[in-house]
Ligand binder design. Structure first.
Ligand SMILES: *Cc1c(COP(=O)(O)O)cnc(C)c1O
Length: 374
């Protein structure tokens, strides 16, 4: 048995789309870039989309375009992929972590106000594992303290909170298209926003600080090469055409897992809030509170030895990553909910084309693994 953790869903449509770009001379900054961006704005419902070469680049440009800089503080979650905090450090601002809710695993709005001071400039919330954060509460806090709001939706394309799509709740949002995400461009990301000034700044900064309609060697501001090639964009356009189908298939896999796993006493299956339409990015179960990191890691070992790829998303959490420990002196105990959850999560193989027989096999081995480590 050999079941990977994730697997992109690529068909003939995607292969033909990429091949057709290779038959033109526009491999970058060609017609596929605006076409891809248009497919994103149409789907998410924002006015603007700026495609870039990764989700991390998207987050960096948002932070920079919002004017966040040295001495500023940005409130964010420690239970995320490292780039949602790194993008704050790129601009010499300070990530101020706030613990998470034990059910949604997203930043806990009730703990935010205690961390706000004169240096606080923004809140960067993550829709972790495709489950939208508490956007109503976050928007109220941002309005009350005049803070910018950033949505890291890199794991949540297609998710909904109160019938609105993830990506529309903040001043700007980022999506990512690495091959393990719901859809892929190989590498890639996009900024979505309704703010034209912010979108224009991002367009300029992704392309070496050039201005719209300006000359090729005219650089108005500090910029980067964060461009997404037309080859990647063509792949993205084809994936966007199939996104509905891909998300439906992922939801079916998740419900099959739920059905097969929900009676296992030692674990909890993923939580979905009643006002949320989750976009399934990963399928992460957690061991109940009486278990710890030793049990979890031994179950991971057991599954891997049986040919089932699995992972410990997100363990360690960001504040306990070596770089953050060294730089900020964080120790265990700083964010108890995050740490407790991080110790007990298991991400099971999850992708749109996972077969029922494979799901059954994973469920069987998980039961066996849990029994083996008691
Ligand atoms: C994937 C991801 C990103 C960005 O990833 P890239 O690999 O740079 O595209 C950012 N934040 C979160 C939470 C992610 O899962």
């Amino acid at each position: 048995m050999n079941i990977p953790l994730s697997n992109p869903d690529i068909t003939l449509l995607e292969r033909q789309a990429v091949m057709s770009v290779l038959q033109t001379s526009s491999l970058s900054l060609g017609p596929k870039l605006p076409e891809f961006e248009k497919s994103i704005t149409r789907y998410v419902g924002t006015k603007y989309a700026v495609a870039v070469n990764s989700g991390t680049s998207a987050l960096h440009l948002i932070v920079r375009a919002l004017g966040i800089g040295p001495g500023d503080e940005v409130i964010t979650t420690p239970f995320s992929f490292v780039s949602s905090a790194n993008c704050i450090l790129y601009e010499r601002a300070k990530p101020v972590f706030v613990d998470i809710e034990p059910d949604t695993l997203n930043i806990d709005p009730d703990l935010i106000e205690a961390k706000i001071n004169r240096k606080t400039k923004a809140i960067l919330a993550v829709d972790v594992f495709g489950h939208p954060a508490q956007w109503g509460a976050l928007q109220r806090i941002a309005r009350k303290y005049r803070l910018k709001l950033i949505e890291d939706s890199c794991e949540a394309l297609g998710a909904e909170w109160r019938k609105k799509k993830a990506g529309v709740f903040a001043d700007a949002a980022a999506f990512a298209f690495y091959p393990n995400k719901q859809m892929t461009t190989g590498e890639g990301g996009v900024i979505v926003t309704n703010n034209r000034v912010l979108a224009d700044l991002c367009v300029s900064m992704r392309n070496q600080g050039r201005s719209k309609g300006g000359q090729w060697l005219q650089h108005e501001r500090l910029g980067y090469n964060y461009r997404l090639s037309d080859i990647n964009c063509a792949l993205g356009i084809a994936q966007m055409k199939r996104l509905g189908e891909i998300l439906r298939k992922r939801a079916i896999v998740a419900s099959q897992y739920n059905e097969l796993l929900q009676d296992i006493e030692e674990i909890e299956v993923p939580f979905v809030a009643p006002d949320v339409e989750i976009s399934w990015f990963v399928y992460v179960i957690r061991l109940k509170e009486e278990y710890g990191i030793m049990h979890r890691d031994r179950i991971l070992q057991f599954l891997k030895k049986s040919g089932i790829s699995c992972s410990n998303y997100f363990s360690p959490p960001i504040h306990l990553q070596p770089f953050y420990r060294q730089t900020f002196g964080y120790k265990r105990g700083a964010f108890p909910v995050t740490e407790s959850i991080s110790d007990r999560t298991i991400a099971l193989p999850f992708y749109s084309n996972l077969k029922k027989q494979q799901i059954i096999a994973v469920a069987r081995m998980l039961r066996k693994g849990i029994r083996a480590v008691q």
